[in-house]
Design a protein around this ligand. Structure first.
Ligand SMILES: Cc1ncc(COP(=O)(O)O)c(C=O)c1O
Length: 424
């Protein structure tokens, strides 16, 4: 076997590299798959190596690239985490990634690494309920103020008047959870650069565009290509993809931001364990075929729901028409609509609950992006902690149901939805 050169690797597709990148079998007895490195600590050959590795971990001096550095301690680095991170970064075509024990650990650590007391955020709402709680409660208590504007094509016009000298970030979920509104990341980046140009010798503007890309997943959208400085994931969703692992990822291109994220991860201890990282690496191998199968099903399911008399409105980006104001954003930011569908049922909570209770194939459960189809009620479940104002801003009313479409046969999924709607 001969190794691919760096220039050959850069020409390969991520689904090809997901099977080999970042792992050298000859460092592990020729194993084709990475072993699980169940060790908390790593031996240094010499004391001087330990000193050098710690200098790297603390961001001192000008050390060689991270992946050429030695292993220290599994809260700081571990081969399974590094293999997973290298493959995710390749998928996003971003400089580097850090993995976390959950999406919330990735989001919280990254926000703490990049914001100081007195800073302000502008948040395009809705965002996932856990993120909303973090911003509203924890960050607020720690002196970081957030302004919320509704996600969607009009968001940049609403964000601009809120930008001031304290603004540190514009936080976007696109598509937004759960209403699938799309926000123009490139226009947000233009605003960030116009109001805070990049200082000489630095790589990022003071105002960071941060995108939680969990809902689209890395197969159908890569936010850094259109201007995101930081991309965040709940890897529990499409990346893990089997509802059997909880994890998160933060990606960036600017070395200063990456170092800050790495140091805060080491300080706060939110890294995944080796087995979690191994599972996530295994799941990356099938990410594309899973996401494509889920999307094919979702297109069929959305078409069925759209014509059903008990459904008031379907929110699925695959149903956007060229005349819709978010259609150009879809064309710029996405290569496919993915598999998250929300819909408003005729009626309210009672009708939504009756529908959910009668499902037989869909699991009545939160989370998304997995092989099995899931259905939930955002107002009572994932987004129940939102203030009434934020629920209104995000269109999270009692008649809203969110579906995550899996890899089952779409005819069976439609049969299930049809029989459950008949019970309402
Ligand atoms: C869009 C989004 N971001 C972040 C999270 C949090 O991820 P985790 O549950 O892995 O902490 C979720 C969880 O549902 C989510 O939907």
């Amino acid at each position: 076997m001969t190794k691919l050169s760096e220039s050959e690797i850069s020409r390969m597709h991520p689904e090809t590299m997901a099977l080999s990148y970042g792992f050298d079998p000859w460092l592990s007895e020729g194993a084709v798959k990475p072993p699980v490195f169940l060790t908390s600590t790593f031996a240094f050959k010499h004391a001087a190596d330990g000193k050098r590795f710690f200098a790297w971990a603390h961001g001192e001096g000008s050390p060689p690239p991270r992946h050429e550095m030695g292993l220290i301690y599994s809260r700081i680095n571990n081969p399974n985490l590094e293999i997973f991170e290298a493959r995710v970064a390749l998928w996003e075509k971003m400089q580097d990634a850090y993995s976390f024990s959950s999406g919330m650990a990735a989001i919280a650590t990254t926000l703490l690494a990049t914001h100081n007391p007195g800073d302000e955020m502008i948040v395009c709402a809705p965002v996932y309920g856990g993120t909303d709680a973090l911003i509203h409660h924890f960050l607020k208590r720690n002196g970081i103020t957030a302004h919320f504007v509704p996600a969607g094509f009009e968001a940049p016009d609403l964000v601009e008047p809120l930008i001031n000298s304290r603004t540190r970030s514009i936080f976007i979920e696109s598509p937004a959870n759960p209403n699938n509104r799309l926000t123009d990341i490139g226009r947000m980046k233009e605003l960030a650069l116009r109001h805070a140009p990049i200082p000489a010798g630095q790589q990022s503007s003071r105002i960071l565009v941060m995108v939680d890309n969990t809902m689209a997943g890395p197969v159908f959208a890569q936010p850094a290509k259109v201007g995101a400085d930081i991309v965040l994931y709940s890897a529990t969703k499409f990346i893990g993809g089997h509802s059997d692992v909880v994890g998160g990822v933060a990606l960036a291109n600017d070395p200063a931001i990456l170092t800050a994220i790495a140091q805060h991860r080491a300080m706060l201890g939110g890294m995944p364990n080796a087995h979690t990282a191994w599972l996530l690496t295994r799941s990356l191998e099938t990410l594309k075929i899973r996401a494509e199968a889920q999307q094919r099903n979702a297109v069929e399911v959305a078409a069925f729901l759209e014509q059903h008399p008990k459904v008031r409105k379907v929110c699925y980006i695959g149903l956007l028409k060229p005349e819709d104001p978010e259609y150009p954003i879809y064309c710029k930011q996405h290569t496919g609509p993915g598999s998250l569908i929300s819909f408003y049922i005729q009626g309210g909570e009672q009708e939504a609950f009756a529908f959910l209770d009668h499902l037989k194939i869909f699991k009545l459960a939160v989370s998304l992006g997995s092989t099995e189809s899931l259905a939930q009620h955002p107002a009572a479940m994932t987004h129940s902690g939102l203030t009434p104002e934020d629920k209104l801003l995000g269109g999270i009313s009692d008649d809203l149901v969110r579906l995550s479409i899996g890899i089952e046969n779409h005819e069976d999924l439609i049969w299930d939805l049809n029989q459950a709607l008949a019970q309402v």
